[in-house]
Design a protein around this ligand. Structure first.
Ligand code: BG6
Length: 507
């Protein structure tokens, strides 16, 4: 398709390499990874000397693996399927059946990698761990013992680690220690798929490539920030995982904190991976971990009861498959996060994230301080609205700024109007799973959009007191919100106590 290093529309084509997917028979491979590779082929961003080896316990012949991926690609790659790039990719898919603790399987993998190095002339390998989290450490250890991660290897060896990265601060730290026992930090790519979203990446461009926002992006002008990540689905067959994780672990120290760090970080000195991640890490470390007694007032947990979402009936969370009938697991979290630095002191960041909400909605709303009212005393205007800048991540992607305008007429009346930018309307859509950019960066060796060890640990440090208190104290009011509502009343009270409300989105 294209030679290594060639540029297409300013984007660099990856160099020769083999990608090995651990857990290739799982959902992620068929839903995201293979469709993302296919999209990269369509964009001519993969080199001629590219191949994929699926590695999983399931006994499947390589041709069966290819067939399975072919069956799925129509479903997950969007409507306008193009057979040519698929054929190109399919001819490069291979499979090795083996248990993750079986030395013989790693020997087969080593032999296959040696063979592909001989034909392609390159021994670059990206290992992708789409396996169960408890396997991350053992797989890396086996790879290292089989001398597959260097330094004896010629070419680069990189390892992408999926989430969840630990289940608390201690386990995240020990996983970091385990991985770094065998790999250098610049070989470890901790993925967070929120950073693959265009609108999330655009936060950096929006903030730092425009002159007008940065001067007002601070405590002097911003009243507070709200982050909402609402899903209209329940746990959808993932009860086993979710019951152990809960909404806090599943979404907050990773996805939500990525969003907070991009909104709140200081300008990095360059787009260099460590320059950006230094600033993200700094702002995460400035978040004040709650004292145990504050958890009761600054963090809210919820669990859904049966209800209806757009005509679809959901059972109680406690009745979902593989969920305890007395479960203490939260499916909703709201929190007040305080960043104790010069830019954000006294500007709360409120976040809420939940399953079984009325609709899918991911957005960041930056609410500015209200102007003084004096001018309008004695007119019909009762109150002034605050300006809001809303960054919509899903389902619509865009940015809008609300401001007050005079309603035409002989008397002074004020209404709120929006300036809207819609990504799709403006730029059109490209079929994407959200993994394209992240995979491509890993092939190129760019870690900017991957989490560094200190960032992951900073995230867990902030949520640790909440996890501790919630584990120690059973939630007596569960279930406390009906599926199809915006969470428990306590979430409304969390803002009401500060004289604020959750934004009602009109997108
Ligand atoms: C995953 C969580 O990491 O992110 C899921 O494990 C959640 O529970 C998903 O549904 C949300 O991702 P997105 O891209 O749909 O917002």
């Amino acid at each position: 398709m294209s030679t290594s290093g060639e540029r297409h529309n300013g984007t660099k084509c990856a160099g020769p390499c083999t990608m090995v997917i651990f857990g290739a028979s799982g959902d992620l491979t068929k839903r995201k990874l293979v469709p993302a590779l296919y999209n990269l082929v369509r964009q001519k961003l993969l080199p001629e000397e590219f191949s994929v080896i699926g590695f999983a316990r399931r006994e499947t012949a390589a041709h069966e693996f290819r067939e399975q991926m072919r069956r799925n690609i129509h479903e997950y790659a969007g409507d306008d399927f193009d057979p040519e790039p698929w054929r190109w990719l399919e001819s490069r898919l291979d499979y090795i059946a083996g248990a993750f603790d079986d030395d013989a399987a790693y020997a087969r993998l080593a032999a296959q990698l040696a063979q592909s190095a001989a034909t392609t002339g390159s021994s670059n390998v990206l290992f992708y761990l789409a396996a169960a989290p408890e396997q991350f450490g053992p797989i890396v250890e086996k790879l290292s013992r089989a001398e597959l991660t260097g330094p004896s290897a010629t070419g680069w060896r990189r390892v992408v680690v999926e989430k969840p990265f630990g289940r608390d601060l201690e386990s995240a730290r020990s996983l970091n220690v385990q991985l770094r026992g065998f790999l250098a930090e610049n070989q470890i790519y901790r993925i967070d798929h929120y950073l693959g979203k265009e609108t999330v990446q655009n936060l950096l461009v929006f903030r730092f490539a425009n002159g007008i926002f940065e001067p007002i992006w601070n405590r002097r002008y911003v009243d507070h920030v709200q982050i909402t990540v609402a899903e209209a689905l329940g746990v959808e067959g993932r009860g086993g995982y979710y019951e152990e994780a809960g909404a806090l672990r599943d979404m907050v120290p990773n996805h939500i904190f990525q969003l907070i760090s991009l909104v709140a970080m200081e300008p990095p000195i360059s787009f260099d991976a460590d320059a950006v991640r230094d600033e993200q890490s700094k702002v995460l470390r400035a978040i004040q971990p709650m004292r145990p007694e504050d958890v009761l007032t600054k963090a809210v947990r919820g669990q859904y009861a049966m209800g209806t979402i757009r005509g679809r009936r959901l059972p109680d969370y406690r009745q979902e498959d593989r969920v305890d009938s007395l479960s203490n697991t939260e499916t909703f979290v709201a929190m007040k996060v305080e960043i104790d630095n010069w830019r954000w002191k006294d500007v709360p960041f409120y976040l809420r994230v939940g399953k079984a909400m009325p609709r899918r909605l991911t957005e960041i709303a930056v609410q500015f301080r209200r102007p003084p009212f004096a001018l309008f005393r004695g007119t019909e205007v009762g109150a002034l609205q605050s300006n809001q800048l809303v960054i919509s991540v899903a389902p619509d992607e865009g940015i809008s700024l609300s401001f007050s305008a005079k309603i035409p007429g002989a008397t002074m009346r004020i209404g709120s109007v929006d300036m809207d930018f819609d990504y799709t309307e403006h730029f059109g859509t490209k079929p994407a799973t959200g993994y394209e950019r992240l995979l491509h960066d890993a092939f190129l060796g760019d870690q900017t959009l991957y989490q560094r060890a200190d960032m992951v640990e900073a995230g867990w440090t902030v949520v640790a007191p909440v996890l501790d208190v919630w584990t120690a104290l059973t939630a007596r009011d569960f279930p406390n919100y009906a599926a199809g509502t915006w969470g428990p009343d306590l979430a409304t009270e969390l803002l009401a106590r500060d004289g604020r409300n959750w934004r009602v989105s009109d997108r």
